[in-house]
Design a protein around this ligand. Structure first.
Ligand SMILES: [Zn+2]
Length: 432
């Protein structure tokens, strides 16, 4: 399946319509920022879904609301409501789906502007979620709309969705849409997720995640005679020492072929997320040997390592700790597993976006992969749609920061790129 580049005159026409629509795109982004969809706990999701849905209806989409029925986080106080708009052209396929999460992380400290004010100043839209990723939702929605305003009959179908909970794993959001076949292999040909990854970079996947808990059981004893007990904290320290001295040097020596940014994240990594043992430090103290200690580890693994190898390596390290401190009983529990994903090298979605970036920005796009994860995993692993990338407006380094913003020039450029790439994808496959 090839991508046939659009006629230059058509590219011009689309660009001109986006430029003429710029104020409306910015105003829509500001409006979205003013709905404080903070996660946790998942505030104002339904309001935001309705706002996106109403806009999609105005733009002639068929709109469906998909609540995550049966999901434990979908409650009366904080309903998990997703929205999907669909506009079919000449054919049901190729179908291009533009997905953005509308939840945002809490504002946090250090803002000099109202995080939920949607301020527009000096060519930037400010607010929590401005770049991650309400500007992206605006870019996707208006990319679809400008094709209509430019009078282009769609060769295929375009869908625009706004989904919940990406910041907490996307289980009631994109995963739910994949589980319930709203996004599915037979239905969906291409997915673009306009996450903020810089306007000239296309993101082709992410590393894997293995969160595990190590639990150390010792034996309580009098603190004045610690030799009569077995300290679970000391046991955990031995395990930590193995992580530092044996595992970390190995991880630092492994490098993936996938272009993960920043370069430090091209290696396998491990972090201790939390540790808890013995008596609460702020509580009343008694002289006791700690009989219990738990720690949560965040291991980011490479496509080349794979999950099985990663888990076996941790299991071997725990066995080594068992051998060194036989008094302590160690257990390992899986807490979270995300497989690494990568868009196939020959996927037409990559040249569609890189080609459109070249035409809009006049410079070569780079391919990157994300150090963390995002909803790509649900699209690839659950829906079974391999042709997925993340591409959107906003700078990656501004996500989750105080005074988060998206540059209006980026927003406009990304809208053009997504519109051009989507139309090419709908046309290219139709001809194959
Ligand atoms: Zn995001």
């Amino acid at each position: 399946m090839d991508v046939v580049p659009l006629d230059p005159a058509l590219v011009e026409r689309i660009s001109a319509v986006v430029d003429a629509t710029a104020d409306e795109i910015v105003a829509f982004t500001s409006e979205l920022i003013r709905i404080p969809t903070v996660n946790p706990p998942g505030e104002e999701y339904e309001t935001c879904a309705r706002f996106i849905g109403d806009t999609l209806k105005r733009f002639d989409f068929e709109v469906q609301y998909v609540a995550a029925e049966g999901h434990p986080d979908h409650t009366a106080a904080h309903p998990r409501v997703n929205v999907i708009g669909r506009r079919q052209g000449r054919h049901p396929h190729p179908l291009v789906h533009l997905n953005g999460h509308f939840d945002v992380v809490p504002a946090g400290e250090g803002w000099t502007v109202d995080p939920f004010g949607g301020l527009v100043r000096d060519g930037k839209v400010y607010g929590r979620g401005a770049c991650d990723m309400k500007a992206g939702i605006a870019a996707g929605l208006f990319a679809a709309e400008v094709l209509r305003r430019a009078g282009i009959e769609l060769p295929g179908t375009i869908e625009v969705s706004g989904t919940v909970d990406e910041e907490s794993g996307g289980l009631a959001g994109v995963k739910y849409l994949a589980d319930t076949q709203w996004i599915a292999k037979d239905k969906t040909d291409f997915v673009i997720i306009p996450e903020p990854l810089d306007v000239d970079r296309v993101c082709i996947g992410h590393r894997g995640v293995y969160w595990f808990e190590v639990e150390a059981h010792g034996r309580i004893g009098h603190g004045s005679m610690p030799f009569l007990g077995a300290s679970a904290i000391e046991g955990m320290s031995r395990f930590q020492a193995l992580v530092e001295e044996q595992l970390k040097p190995k991880l630092a020596g492994r490098l993936t072929d996938v272009p993960v940014v920043p370069p430090g994240a091209r290696h396998a990594t491990i972090n201790t997320n939390g540790i808890q043992g013995g008596q609460p430090v702020d509580g009343v103290q008694t002289p006791c040997v700690a009989d219990h200690c738990r720690a949560i580890f965040d291991r980011r693994f490479l496509l080349e390592e794979g999950l099985e190898f990663t888990k076996d390596e941790i299991a071997a390290l725990v066995n080594e700790a068992r051998r060194l401190v036989p008094d302590i009983r160690f257990e390992v529990h899986d807490r979270l597993i995300v497989h690494p994903t990568r868009t196939p090298d020959d996927s037409p979605i990559i040249p569609a976006l890189t080609g459109a970036i070249q035409r809009v920005l006049g410079r070569q796009a780079s391919l990157i992969a994300s150090p963390g994860t995002y909803d790509h995993k649900h699209v690839a692993k659950i829906a079974g749609v391999p042709h997925c990338v993340a591409y959107g407006p906003g700078e990656l380094v501004l996500a989750h920061q105080p005074d988060e913003y998206c540059g209006i020039a980026d927003l406009v450029a990304a809208t053009k790129v997504i519109a051009i790439a989507s139309l090419e994808l709908m046309q290219g496959a139709a001809r194959a």
